[in-house]
Design a protein around this ligand. Structure first.
Ligand code: NAI
Ligand code: AKB
Length: 373
């Protein structure tokens, strides 16, 4: 088999020669002929106009979900309003539309996405589009398309155009055979949801593109994220947002997980802060490309007790959703994020009491405004 031998010799030479600082040789993906949908190596559209001191030009995909609008706000503060483009396939609310650039971008439309990146000279991409754990189980073909095919489009475009790429992963990337208390960065990952499978795939593909093509891929595994001014998109941890709204509006809350289901959680400001920090970290500081981040872990019962300090009359009942419960029972209870703390100085600001107080000060002032109108 001389051809096979020659190919494998060429590959091993490629892998052994140095050049990218990550231990394995990297030829930028746009210059080699093996990437799918490869453009010619002499294509003239690659931007050469950025100097190191310029702000990045940012695109956020799936930006109208729970996290994207807050991320855009943070990044616009740092890099300037017009340097951050929010995108989604949904229609933005007025306040979002008028707060900065917004564009339609379907991540399943490769050509459209590439055009946006080229025309806007994008240099950083935050890939937020996804179907979350519970909605993913309800529509596996769509979750597979958005979370896996969409990711492939994003990876290829990021590699071709030399982007710095952030893809969030999740506590859902672990499964029942992973150590759950605590869950380290590197351990067995056999999730039992299409969401989790697609996120493990994203972690592995991103890391592969990093080592194979030099793609500047960065990934954080987020816990369940809690926010006041945006609604969650159909996950297993959604109860921890809903309880605040129901406590204020109705004084009662029906929880779809068992009272003792412990999951890692985080306030949105910490999540977005970590995302910006890992994107700004010098490459030499990153000993890995996918990190756990952690802030707190609690059960519905513990959250309810903390909420009752603000709304003492709150009544909590439990009506367990079997699908969500099975998912939660397979996820980490506590997340070990020592590597993030050591490598790039990750530190959370919000623990459970701080989170609950912040949620109420945000929602409390909102509900007073609603009542006054
Ligand atoms: N919110 C959380 O608790 C956590 C979120 N993450 C990850 O963070 C990212 C953002 O999460 P959320 O904002 O909560 O998600 P979300 O479900 O609220 O929003 C996802 C967005 O993706 C968009 N989308 C769907 N199909 C699309 C397509 N074909 N093209 C472009 N956009 C499309 C949706 O319209 C939606 O606005 C996701 O990748 C998620 O997996 C990870 C762990 C926890
Ligand atoms: C933890 C997540 O990834 C998300 N919130 C979900 O519950 O699916």
């Amino acid at each position: 088999m001389p051809i096979v031998k020659n190919v494998s010799r060429a590959v091993s030479q490629l892998l052994q020669s140095s050049g990218c600082g990550c231990g394995i040789s990297i030829v930028p993906v746009r210059c080699i002929g093996v990437s799918p949908r490869q453009v010619a190596s002499d294509a003239s559209f690659h931007s050469v106009s950025f100097s190191e001191s310029d702000h990045p030009r940012v695109l956020i995909t799936g930006g109208l979900g729970q996290l994207g609008v807050g991320l855009a706000k943070l990044l616009r503060k740092r890099f300037g309003k017009n340097n951050v483009i929010l995108s989604d396939i949904r229609k933005p609310a007025d306040n979002v539309f008028y707060s900065g650039p917004f564009i339609y971008a379907d991540i399943l439309d490769y050509k459209n996405l590439r055009e946006i990146v080229v025309n806007n000279r994008i240099t950083w991409l935050f890939h937020y589009s996804a179907l979350l754990s519970a909605v993913g189980e309800a529509n596996v073909p769509l979750a597979r398309a958005v979370n896996i095919t969409g990711l492939h489009n994003v990876l290829d475009i990021a590699a071709e155009h030399n982007l710095r790429l952030f893809v969030p992963s999740t506590i859902g990337a672990f499964g029942p055979t992973s150590p759950r208390d605590p869950t380290p960065d590197l351990c067995i990952q056999r999730p039992r949801t299409i969401y989790g499978v697609s996120k493990v795939h994203a972690e592995l593909m991103g890391e592969y593109y990093h080592y194979r093509y030099g793609l500047d891929f960065r990934c954080l595994r987020y816990p369940g994220i809690i926010s006041a001014d945006s609604q969650p998109g159909g996950g297993t941890t959604d109860y921890a947002v809903q309880i605040f709204h129901d406590a204020i509006k109705m004084g009662k809350f029906q929880c779809n997980l068992k009272p003792d289901t412990r999951l890692p959680m985080m306030y949105i400001d910490d999540c977005l802060k970590a995302t910006l920090e890992v994107m700004e970290a010098p490459a030499e500081a990153l000993s890995m490309r996918t990190y756990n981040i952690s802030a707190m872990s609690f059960t519905p019962e513990e959250l309810a007790q903390e909420v009752q300090k603000h709304v003492p009359e709150l009544q909590v009942t439990y009506d367990v959703d079997e699908v969500r419960q099975a998912i939660a029972d397979s996820w980490p209870m506590n997340f070990d994020d020592r590597n993030a703390r050591r490598d790039w100085g990750w530190k959370h600001d919000y623990d459970l009491p701080e989170l609950v107080t912040t949620m109420f000060s945000f929602l409390g002032s909102d509900s007073r405004i609603a009542q006054a109108n």
